[in-house]
Design a protein around this ligand. Structure first.
Ligand code: PMP
Length: 339
């Protein structure tokens, strides 16, 4: 329960269809793949148009090996030495690490506790004038979503500085109850929304991430991506997985129901879980999170110590896994902070 994966393996039908599609692709493996992954991007555009109600073409979509590679390509194109990226902590640690790896100066601004008020975003943009602004919605690890009004205000603040792009990391958007920032793309050429197939699509092992943005952004990424970065096998497997999107809805609903039941049970037991719009929750308050993490590990349960002073992060697994966690937490009462 530590990497926010989907606990459900692919269905037998999906396994069979992926195998069939990869078999067909294998016949052409003496050739390089489509370097622009047009068929996959067309499928992703159709999927995003359907779920967000925003008309998108393949020219609005880019795909890579996981959204981490998408983030890296964005920083290679829009960050780099002498440029600044801005993110809010606690947030997704790779925004900072990939910034460093690309020579971009990362500025971490604290959230207000676990939440991120719009005024704080606008003030930080005015102060630091970032070349790349990272917003994460739902945010990892806090689980809260940003209202669209906050993203609009952030975008307006960035455009007023006459520089910079706004990257909204929506890795967990399928679990969220707010509208996607994709609905804001029209007329906002500096807005970029990143997504992944690793979470709701239960396809983490295939490594497929993507973004939606103005075609000009994708043109810039063509300059930095490695030739043929996305293998023919990945492209064919991902196209099959995308075609299963309509069948995901029930599983997503079920995971959210498991999350809400887990939160209700542990809340009854005296724990606190800040509201989460994702497939993970923070739980606490622990007097000593590293010790709590260690004791859960001793019970065979791996959660994430994200380095916060009172909280551990728990991925929502199957109901059986969550029942084991509930039982293990009952043995940690001595580590519950009481003040
Ligand atoms: N963004 C966020 C907020 C994440 O939590 C993760 C995965 N932990 C990613 C991006 C990257 O996921 P992937 O590279 O598997 O697409």
């Amino acid at each position: 329960l530590n990497t926010n994966e989907n606990p459900h393996p692919p269905s037998q039908a999906l396994i069979d269809d992926v195998a069939e599609s990869v078999r067909a692709a294998a016949a052409q493996l003496h050739r390089y793949p489509d370097r622009d992954a047009v068929a996959l991007r067309t499928d992703l555009a159709e999927y995003l148009s359907a779920v967000t109600g925003t008309p998108l073409q393949n020219a609005n979509i880019w795909a890579a090996n996981g959204s981490n590679e998408i983030l890296q390509q964005l920083l290679q194109a829009f960050g780099g030495p002498g440029r600044v990226s801005l993110g809010f902590t606690p947030g997704y640690s790779m925004h900072e690490l990939i910034s460093h790896a690309t020579g971009t100066t990362f500025v971490p601004e604290p959230r207000a506790g676990l939440l991120l008020p719009t005024e704080r975003i606008v003030a930080a943009v005015e102060e630091h004038r970032p070349d790349v602004l990272f917003l994460c919605s739902p945010n990892n690890p806090t689980g809260d979503s940003l209202p669209l009004a906050a993203i609009e205000a952030a975008y307006d603040a960035v455009t007023q500085t006459d520089r910079g792009i706004v990257v909204v990391d929506e890795a967990y958007a399928e679990f969220a109850s707010v509208d996607s920032a994709i609905t804001l793309l029209a007329g906002r050429p500096r807005l970029i929304v990143t997504r992944t197939m690793s979470k709701a699509f239960a396809f983490a092992g295939a490594r497929v991430g993507y973004l939606a943005a103005d075609p000009g952004v994708i043109d810039a990424l063509l300059l930095v991506r490695l030739p043929y970065h996305l293998s023919a096998l990945t492209q064919s497997a991902a196209e099959v997985a995308i075609s299963y999107a309509p069948r995901l809805t029930d599983q997503i609903r079920q995971l959210c129901a498991t999350r809400d039941e887990f939160v209700a049970t542990v809340t009854d037991d005296g724990w606190v879980c800040p509201p989460s719009d994702a497939n993970f929750v923070l739980i606490g308050p622990f007097s000593d999170p590293p010790q709590a993490w260690q004791r859960l590990l001793a019970e065979g349960i791996l959660v994430r110590d994200v380095g916060l002073s009172r909280w551990l992060r728990v991925t929502i697994g199957t109901p059986d896994q969550m029942a084991l966690l509930v039982a293990a937490l009952r043995g940690l009462d001595d580590l519950r902070e009481t003040t």
